[in-house]
Design a protein around this ligand. Structure first.
Ligand code: BGC
Length: 859
């Protein structure tokens, strides 16, 4: 039995480097929402520090994406180590006692639940919330330079956030605290230690709130990164990747999210394309903080009028002059939005089509940021023609540093319709959904807009240079048969001696059915042998998988590939125990944050302990908020290096669902409300991970897993155009740009069919149109039986249905799934070609996995 984890607890050089890299990303991903000049804090200031997140700083979200941190630098520690004096130690000690009591009681109850996986389910449904504790007069120090109040919120998989006080809104106690502080302090700095947007009306209602910083959940060195920003060591440069509304009801999707009992079976996406800024800008609803917004300690000017545009074939380069007009060095993000003409298809006011970031600009320094776009990216989808088209009319290009602060840089007058892609109609069952309609405004969006448009430079494009593709949906599912005695070992495929087709041709239906179903050693580490045929295993004690026998391994030499979850990092059990016989004693769910307070080590003296602390990086939303593609790739590189250390072949991330509504419990794990930002971030993270040969990412959850309540049973009913332009767009961008090796489907249904069984999504869209060449797997247990009380109109997805739709691997699946696939194949309900097609994708992945990455000759 081989284990790759360490047998000592020392922090390795790589680990220490990764912490510092995480800190860099974290500081760049924080967003400054308000500042009257109190920030950056003067050196050696005395700080009255309050709020749950001050000493109990949350480093990341909950659930599958959670990462067990070896340690977390709290806000208190970060400020002290940066040379500040915290004057409210008594208050923080009192809060500690209160928090300990609450947490002991919460986790004490969980400990009683057996088996541990049920404790996880209970925890998912009711995540732990820190208690309130009022700031009393005695907690106010005599020296009142500045108060820093850290609001903390957490959420995760399995439950949405609630539109109540203490969750989306400040609790009564937090609100009173801020009012108390406002009576004593001239300046209050509010720090939001949150996973996603929350209500900020208190900022406008309570006096003396001088600054607001979204620190989010920034990973291990949380406190250092926040101190870097508050002290000015790092000038804030993050920009929101989603709109923060003034009122929760302002998001059109809140109609669904605010239903007391969310509709169980169906939810119609009546908001259509009007998600996030697409809604707020088109309907002219003023947000609290717009998409793309974030303050700096310096100022910048972005000169839209002086922007030069160069057209090269179907590419446009916008060269945008930026100057640091303030007094401190800093970085600025240039965002490029395009307003397409209102034609046959209604258009949102504007869409982000590109961005770029300056280096560190000194006061007075100027630079030119080049933002590139492809003209085809301006096309919209016309269901009548089943085609992407550039509708004739005027395209307005706008540059700025948020969706609400742009100026016109150029216009393009297109005289005729140009088709950029001929598709076929998909998702027609969404046609019955009625989407909201955009109002027509006859006035400018902002003063002077018309003049800017009329005076703008016109771009000249040679229309012949705009390419048009015609997709083919012909998928040949060939049948391979190898009639020879003896076994062709997988090693011969890897070395190029024999073809993959020959290898597949020798497998029996039973063997193929077992190959198409994975296993979940994580949930039952001692029962790994029960599912001996599998090649894919979910495991949080990596290394053990190489020791488990598998018939496929013994007979053909097909090794197992281990998968691990995560969001901002890798989710593995940081410590695990192995007995003298080589059996892993630690339950795999020990990897899930929270379970470290529930599960204990065996206490036996004869076990070996292994340590595998992975880095808790900033949550993915923060990675997007950096708007820095280098840092996105860096995050991926950190993860790739840790995968290599632990021989983890497949990372079950990045997650790419959109922030349709701030209440979605998993928003922290998703990048943005915008598919361009989502696709770009995901592509760069993918490049970072996959730069390590043989290591793979899994983009997920394809698609529309935009709510957690009822996630297994809800059908997201969406029109084709909205699916293509919004919910699938990010996947398309990531696939075209970075070819992620794996995809995971979602739990939910789309227009009445489980995504795991949806051929038009998995084969027609993803493979035939987007060009995906990797392996597709289901989310965990989509084929499973419904739990009690979960019976709904929709049945679980079917395992043979997965294979038929082109979903190669059922994860983790069950013996019943193997049986169902085998029976369907033998009866002819599933053709041999269909089964072999999936088997092929699986074996290709294994042949190119880290086990063989450097010597696989079979392309
Ligand atoms: C989550 C996935 C995760 C899987 C494996 C599911 O519950 O939705 O994101 O990858 O579990 O842990």
């Amino acid at each position: 039995m081989v284990f790759y984890a360490n047998t000592t607890q020392e922090i390795t050089e790589q680990e220490a480097r990764h912490y510092e890299e995480g800190r860099r990303i974290a500081a760049a991903g924080m967003v400054l929402l308000e500042n009257n000049g109190v920030l950056p804090l003067r050196p050696a200031t005395e700080i009255a520090l309050y709020g749950a997140g001050a000493r109990h700083t949350i480093h990341g979200g909950l659930g599958a994406a959670s990462v067990q941190a070896r340690f977390v630098v709290t806000v208190e520690q970060g400020l002290e180590d940066a040379g500040y004096t915290v004057t409210t130690k008594n208050y923080l000690d009192k809060f500690d006692a209160r928090e300990k009591a609450a947490s002991d009681s919460y986790y004490g109850k969980l400990k009683e639940i057996q088996p541990p996986i049920l404790a996880v389910v209970t925890m998912y449904a009711n995540p732990y919330f820190m208690p309130d504790m009022a700031v009393e007069e005695e907690d106010i120090p005599s020296n009142r330079q500045v108060a820093v109040y850290v609001v903390a919120r957490n959420s995760g998989e399995g439950a949405d956030r609630k539109p109540v006080r203490g969750d989306y809104y400040l609790s009564e106690s937090e609100e009173e605290d801020l009012s108390t502080l406002a009576r004593h302090f001239q300046d209050i700095v509010v720090v939001l230690n949150v996973g996603a947007a929350m209500d900020t009306s208190f900022v406008r209602e309570i006096p003396h709130i001088s600054a607001v910083l979204v620190m989010n959940q920034p990973g291990n060195l949380a406190g250092y990164a926040v101190a870097d920003v508050l002290s000015g060591k790092v000038n804030p440069e993050g920009k929101l990747a989603s709109t923060w509304a003034k009122r929760l009801e302002d998001y059109p999707s809140s109609v669904d999210f605010l239903l007391p009992e969310k509709k169980r079976d169906d939810t119609d996406y009546t908001d259509g394309l009007y998600v996030g800024y697409r809604y707020f800008d088109s309907f002219r609803v003023e947000p609290a903080y717009p998409f793309g917004f974030g303050l700096s300690y310096t100022q910048f000017s972005i000169d839209a009028a002086a922007t030069k545009v160069e057209c090269r074939g179907h590419l446009l380069n916008f060269m945008v002059p930026v100057t640091n007009t303030g007094a401190l060095p800093g970085r600025e993000v240039v965002q490029l939005y395009v307003s397409a003409p209102q034609g046959k298809m209604p258009k949102v006011y504007q869409e982000l089509k590109g961005f770029g970031k300056t280096g560190l600009l000194q006061p007075g320094e100027s630079t030119v940021v080049t933002v590139q776009l492809e003209l085809t990216s301006l096309a919209c989808y016309d269901p009548e023609q089943a085609a992407w088209v550039l509708e004739p009319g005027r395209y307005v290009f706008r540059v700025g540093n948020s969706s609400r602060s742009t100026h016109v840089a150029a216009v393009w007058n297109l005289g005729r319709e140009v088709k950029t892609a001929q598709c076929k109609r998909l998702f027609t069952r969404g046609d019955r959904v009625r989407e909201m309609e955009e109002p027509v405004f006859s006035t400018d969006f902002y003063p002077g807009e018309s003049q800017e448009i009329n005076g703008a430079q016109a771009i000249v494009v040679d229309l012949e240079k705009i390419p048009c593709v015609t997709y083919s949906y012909q998928v040949e599912k060939l049948v391979y048969e190898t009639k020879e005695r003896g076994i062709i070992p997988f090693g011969d495929v890897v070395s190029g001696k024999r073809s993959l087709e020959e290898f597949i041709g020798q497998l029996s239906i039973r063997e193929m059915a077992t190959l198409c179903v994975g296993s979940d050693a994580e949930r039952a580490p001692s029962k790994q042998e029960n599912r001996a045929d599998t090649a894919f295993v979910m495991e949080s004690t990596p290394g053990a998988s190489t020791g488990t026998t598998s018939r496929l391994a013994e007979k053909y030499g097909v090794p197992k590939v281990t998968t691990a979850d995560g969001g901002g990092g890798l989710r593995v059990a940081p410590v695990f125990e192995v007995d003298p016989t080589g059996k892993v004693l630690t339950d795999g769910v020990a990897s899930i944050v929270g379970m470290e307070k529930v599960l204990e080590l065996s206490g036996r003296g004869d076990t070996t302990k292994y340590y595998q602390y992975t880095t808790s990086l900033p949550i993915p939303t923060m990675i997007a908020q950096t708007w820095d593609t280098h840092l996105m790739r860096l995050a991926g590189r950190v993860i790739g290096e840790e995968m290599e250390w632990l021989h983890l072949g497949i990372w079950l991330a990045p997650s790419m669902n959109l922030h349709r509504n701030p209440l979605c419990g998993r928003n922290f794990e998703y990048y943005s409300e915008d598919p361009f930002v989502t696709g770009t971030a995901s592509a760069w993270v993918t490049r970072g991970v996959q730069a390590k040969p043989g290591y793979s990412v899994t983009i997920k959850h394809l698609a529309c897993n935009n709510q957690e309540d009822n996630r297994n049973t809800i059908s997201a009913n969406v029109r084709e155009r909205t699916l293509r332009e919004l919910y699938l767009k990010g996947y398309e961008i990531a696939i075209r740009q970075a070819q992620p090796h794996c995809i995971m489907t979602s739990y939910n249904l789309i227009n009445g069919t489980h995504t795991a069984n949806l051929t038009e999504l998995l084969t027609d869209a993803v493979r035939c149109e987007f060009g995906f060449r990797g392996m597709i797997m289901t989310d965990w247990g989509t084929t499973g039986r419904r739990r009690e009380g979960e019976e709904t109109k929709y049945r679980p997805s079917s395992a043979p249905g997965c294979i038929r739709a082109g979903n190669d691997l059922v994860m983790p699946g069950s013996p019943e799934d193997v049986e169902a696939i085998r029976a369907a194949a033998e009866k002819g309900d599933l053709s041999l070609g269909e089964l072999q097609w999936c088997v092929r994708h699986i074996l290709e992945r294994i042949a190119h996995s880290h086990w063989f990455a450097n010597d696989c000759k079979n392309k």
